[in-house]
Design a protein around this ligand. Structure first.
Ligand code: ADQ
Length: 490
């Protein structure tokens, strides 16, 4: 993959970074962190070099900044500047406002959304800390690239401190409709925060429309017909749908590696049935894992002739394990797997296999290669990288992608078989359809899907982000109006 270097230095700012740092009795250890954001952004900063400002999972009674971590340690390509959180900030900013309020709201799970003023205050406080560190790190000519809903106020805080900074922001999750977003008492502050960047991007045109509608209704922002460049408080902002691409070359190379192919064959032998259906997700309620299992149960009921030939493997990467809701989800998933296997298992064979762990990239691609069908059926998802990774790995042009229409990726991956995750009977039918698909039809669809994933890959995405920044001309900045509840950097 060729990543265009910026002429400037890149400063990435995100809540979670590429490493998780832990203090143990034996000393400090660092491990890799798994998330869609890291999968997407790391190959870019590895190519461009620069600084990544992030929280690396450490809680400290005296929160602040604590050190610089070269990555990778032996042959550094960039540095991570760590922000630490206090236990209370971790609870109220991270688990609370970000994951307990904004995450469910953005995914349209209104009944899971907790609105709490103390959490909102802490969210502002932590955003201010990220902004202050970014302002200190910033040099003339840098591109600052801020990521996701945890840090929506940072553009405004940084703009106040460094008016001439070039700021891009990428929102990785869905942006909800006005009806839902306006439930948030601080909706205007979040919008104002975001409107202080030069380039603001989402995964899909629907999220762009939702954002612009909210900005127009709540702040009176005028949106031009082509929806690209908006003007606000004397500045120009590019608002665009720039769906993330993946490093397709890397997946292709892994899939062509004989050792990965041997692993795929070993998985097939171990599974032992004619069909292997695969699910790979973070264990999150938005990913629809329980609903998928329900569909598998219906599939096994409805199509008894398939029972002997069929295995469903769910690989779930641990996520937000400190949180009760996520622990309960894990228990519910594991109970459901047990129930289905209890009903349909025979002597030495069970229809559902389940792993609660992270796979390394070689194993991940081996699983993609071994599967006949990938079931990617989130209830709602910003984009979903797994769908694109599966496609990029299928250099044999075989296999079928079954995709939820509520994943942002469905806008691009139009040759996937669509399955409604809220309708388990429909999912079961679509799975049957996918398993019965002829090799010729699989190949026809997979070639078109691969073309799309390869053309709109990670370097295309990065180039689009740079283009969208270039669209806006830096202007003399007007003094900003500053709301009472959005604090300054101090
Ligand atoms: P996530 O919600 O984390 O990302 P997703 O896009 O599916 O979701 O990315 C998950 C990443 O983790 C993928 O790269 C996948 O390979 C990896 N992964 C998942 N399970 C794994 C396992 N068991 N072992 C190893 N790796 C595993 C958020 C948004 C998404 C958006 C991304 C990128 O929620 O909608 O697509 O950011 O913007």
């Amino acid at each position: 993959m060729t990543i265009l270097k910026t002429l400037e230095r890149l400063v990435v700012v995100s809540n979670r970074g590429p490493v998780v740092i832990k203090d143990t009795a034996a000393g400090t250890s660092a491990s890799r962190s798994v998330s869609g954001l890291v999968s997407a952004v790391e190959p870019i900063i590895e190519n461009t070099g620069g600084t990544w400002i992030a929280w690396c999972g450490r809680k400290s009674p005296k929160p602040g900044e604590s050190g610089t971590w070269p990555v990778p340690r032996n042959n550094p390509r960039y540095v991570v500047r760590e922000v630490t959180l206090s236990p209370q900030e971790y609870r109220d900013y991270y688990l609370g406002f970000a994951n307990g309020c904004l995450w469910p709201l953005a995914h349209s799970f209104v009944d899971r959304c907790v609105i709490d003023f103390a959490q909102w205050e802490t969210y502002q406080e932590v955003n201010r800390r990220f902004a202050a560190l970014t302002a200190r790190e910033w040099r003339e000519g840098d591109v600052v690239w801020i990521h996701d809903f945890h840090l929506a106020l940072v553009p405004e805080m940084l703009r106040r401190a460094r008016p001439q900074a070039r700021i891009a922001f990428f929102w990785h999750i869905p942006f909800p409709s006005y009806d839902i977003f306006s439930i948030l008492p601080w909706a205007r502050q979040i919008l104002r925060g975001l409107l202080n960047c030069d380039s603001l991007a989402f995964h899909s045109a629907v999220y762009v429309d939702n954002f612009l509608h909210c900005a127009s209704r709540l702040l009176g922002v005028k949106t031009p017909n082509d929806n690209r460049l908006i003007h606000w408080e004397g500045r120009e902002i590019s608002v665009r749908a720039l769906p993330i691409g993946i490093d397709a070359d890397r997946f292709r190379a892994l899939a062509a590696d004989p050792r990965v192919q041997q692993r795929a064959a070993a998985i097939r032998r171990a599974v032992g049935t004619r069909f292997l259906v695969l699910g790979v997700d973070r264990l999150d309620y938005t990913k629809g894992i329980l609903e998928r299992l329900q569909a598998i149960e219906i599939f096994l009921e409805k199509f008894p002739e398939c029972r002997h030939h069929f295995t469903f493997l769910q690989v779930a990467v641990p996520s937000r394990t400190e949180w009760k809701d996520y622990r309960e989800l894990r228990r519910a998933v594991e109970e459901t797997v047990g129930r289905i296997n209890g009903r349909f298992g025979e002597q030495w064979r069970v229809p559902v296999r389940y792993q609660f762990r992270s796979l390394n990239p070689e194993y991940l691609v081996a699983h993609y290669l071994a599967a006949n069908v990938a079931l990617v059926t989130p209830l709602r998802d910003g984009l979903n990288l797994v769908a694109k990774e599966f496609v990029a790995s299928r250099i044999d042009n075989a296999g079928v992608l079954v995709l939820s229409p509520f994943a942002g990726a469905a806008e691009q991956l139009t040759e996937a078989v669509k399955a409604n995750p809220y309708h388990p009977h429909h999912m079961a039918e679509q799975l049957r359809f996918a398993l019965a698909m002829t090799p010729e039809e699989q190949s026809r669809r997979m070639k078109l899907l691969r073309q799309n994933v390869e053309e709109y890959d990670l370097s295309h995405w990065w180039q689009s982000v740079l283009d969208s920044l270039a669209e806006t001309r830096p202007r003399r900045v007007q003094p900003l109006s500053w709301s009472r509840s959005a604090p300054s950097l101090g």
